[in-house]
Design a protein around this ligand. Structure first.
Ligand SMILES: C[S@@+](CC[C@H](N)C(=O)[O-])C[C@H]1O[C@@H](n2cnc3c(N)ncnc32)[C@H](O)[C@@H]1O
Length: 157
C-alpha cells in the first residue's frame, strides 16, 4: 500500500515546506508516501466560495486512480488518539492493496461530489486548522503512527 496526501495549492510558507519535507524524508523509510499538489484555481476572485469548491472538487476527483481508497480530512470526521490512528493505518495496510488517499480540502472545504466519493472522514481535532498548516500536522501524525507500529521510542504514552 502507498499513502498519498492530496492537497490544494503549493505549500506557501518555507517554514512549512521545510518541516513537511523533513517528515516526508523520515516517512519513506517506513512506507511509500507521496504528497500530490493540485494547482491553485486561477482567478478565484471571480468565483463564489461554492464555485471554487466545485472546481477544486473536480480536480480532486480527476487526480484519483482506479482502486484508490479515499479518506477526507474533515473536522467532522472520526477522531483517533495517535495509538488508535496507528492501528487504523495498520488495518489499512492489510486491506488496501493500492493507494490510501487522504485529501485536505481547500480554504472552504469539500464539494458535495467529493464527500460522496469518499469512503471515510478523519478528524484531527474539533478545531479547524488552515489548509496549509494541517499538512504538516498530518504528515507528522503518519510518521508518529509508523514509529508506534515499529515500537520505536518517538511516541511516549
Ligand atoms: C480551512 S479548512 C476548511 C474548513 C471549513 N470548515 C470548511 O469546510 O469550509 C481546510 C481544510 O483543512 C482540513 N482541516 C482543517 N481542520 C481540520 C481538522 N481539525 N481535522 C481534519 N481536517 C481538517 C480539511 O480538509 C479542510 O477541508
Amino acid at each position: 500500500m502507498k499513502i498519498c496526501l492530496v492537497v490544494i495549492g503549493k505549500t506557501d510558507a518555507n517554514y512549512f515546506s521545510e518541516a513537511i519535507r523533513e517528515y516526508q524524508n523520515r516517512l519513506v523509510h517506513y512506507i511509500p508516501f507521496e504528497m500530490q499538489v493540485i494547482p491553485d484555481i486561477k482567478n478565484v476572485k471571480n468565483l463564489s466560495e461554492n464555485q471554487q469548491k466545485e472546481k477544486e472538487g473536480e480536480l480532486i476527483l480527476k487526480s484519483l486512480q482506479a482502486g484508490d481508497y479515499l479518506v477526507l480530512l474533515d473536522e467532522k470526521g472520526k477522531e483517533f488518539t495517535s495509538m488508535q490512528f496507528a492501528s487504523y493505518l495498520e488495518k489499512k495496510m492489510n486491506t488496501v492493496s493500492r493507494r490510501l488517499v487522504f485529501v485536505i480540502g481547500g480554504p472552504y472545504g469539500f464539494s458535495e461530489a467529493v464527500y460522496q466519493a469518499a469512503s471515510e472522514k478523519v478528524s484531527l481535532s474539533k478545531m479547524t486548522f488552515s489548509h496549509q498548516m494541517i499538512r504538516l500536522i498530518f504528515v507528522e501524525q503518519i510518521y508518529r503512527a509508523m514509529t508506534i507500529l515499529n515500537n520505536e521510542p518517538y511516541h511516549h504514552e
